[in-house]
Design a protein around this ligand. Structure first.
Ligand code: PDD
Length: 286
């Protein structure tokens, strides 16, 4: 049985219990991070913690543990659960107030809830989906306007994945005012020639930790990077497309709304970036 972490304790997963008054349960009042694990080590950990701190600040939430403590908890969970490849999920909520109330509880009286657990995903680096590429559909972006904060209100992204599944494809790209914002749980890119286009950072999208690393590596490899919005029509006419996230790394996209890109197989730029990202991440993992 998996060992999970809850508010200072390592527990068997069946014994970790959170109050029904927890504000994440009642109001989605919580933030999260997903850090991938390769070869038993954490990928881009500093970036995930920096973004977590920002999410907490934006929502006036207390940070329940220092960087070093969070690192130690991540490592201990990876060790206890024998995770070689997989991920660590971390969630912080505003805690359990005495009753349901729209007003935030006094942080002096109500402690945040801190939960972490691992998921094992053997061999993500040789994921067969990366060889085939994934297919996406476009849907309206009906999320709230602060997508830069990584909150646990994931109902619409979850509905988006279901729309994709019903359409017989793998994921959905979200479109607002005629332009792609991002994927349901990843950042979106198109490639024409040697130029990579992805939407610029703003409150319209999540500032992906994988995005930051991949764009840096792309520039180092002399690829051109243009940060601006793009349309579905432009994406369908592109040579290649791909997505990035802590769980997918760099994943080629081969079809958008039924239109095949290029030869309908992963393109050279996405393949190369995936290889470079996995290589560099393994080297820098802690
Ligand atoms: N999702 N955009 C959205 C809306 C996301 O939910 C995510 C991550 C990303 C990519 O961010 P990063 O590269 O830091 O993982 C972009 C995580 C993996 C999830 O919800 O499981």
């Amino acid at each position: 049985m998996r060992t999970v972490y809850l508010n200072g304790e390592y527990l068997p997963e069946t014994e970790a219990k959170v109050s029904i008054f927890d504000r994440a349960f009642l109001m989605a009042d919580g933030v999260y991070e997903v850090t991938s694990v390769l070869g038993g080590k954490l990928i881009d950990f500093d970036g995930h913690i920096a973004r977590l701190e920002r999410s907490l600040r934006e929502l006036d939430m207390e940070k329940p543990a220092a960087f070093d403590d969070l690192l130690a908890i991540h490592r201990e969970l990876v060790r206890r659960n024998g995770i070689d490849d997989g991920l660590v999920y971390l969630q912080i909520t505003r805690g359990a107030a005495a009753d349901r109330d729209f007003v935030f509880p006094d942080p002096e009286q109500v402690e945040p809830t801190l939960v972490l657990f691992t998921q094992s995903k053997p061999g993500p680096a040789d994921n067969p989906a990366a060889e085939k590429g994934i297919k996406v559909i476009s849907i309206d972006d009906l999320r709230w306007a602060r997508r830069d904060i990584k909150t646990v209100q994931l109902l619409y992204p979850s509905m988006g994945k279901m729309m994709a599944r019903r359409a017989g494809v793998d994921d959905a790209w979200l479109v607002e005012d005629g332009h792609v914002t991002e994927g349901t749980s990843n950042n979106a890119y198109i490639v024409t020639g040697n130029r990579i286009v992805t939407r610029q950072l703003s409150s319209d999208i999540l500032s992906g930790i994988t995005r930051a690393a991949v764009l840096r590596l792309a520039r180092e490899a002399q690829m051109e990077v243009e940060e601006r919005p793009f349309t579905i029509a432009e994406a369908q006419a592109a040579d290649e497309a791909f997505i990035t996230s802590a769980s997918a790394f760099v994943m080629p996209v081969v079809e958008i709304d039924g239109a095949r890109l290029g030869h309908g197989t992963p393109g050279p730029v996405a393949r190369r970036l995936r290889d470079i990202y996995l290589d560099e991440s393994r080297k820098a993992a802690i």
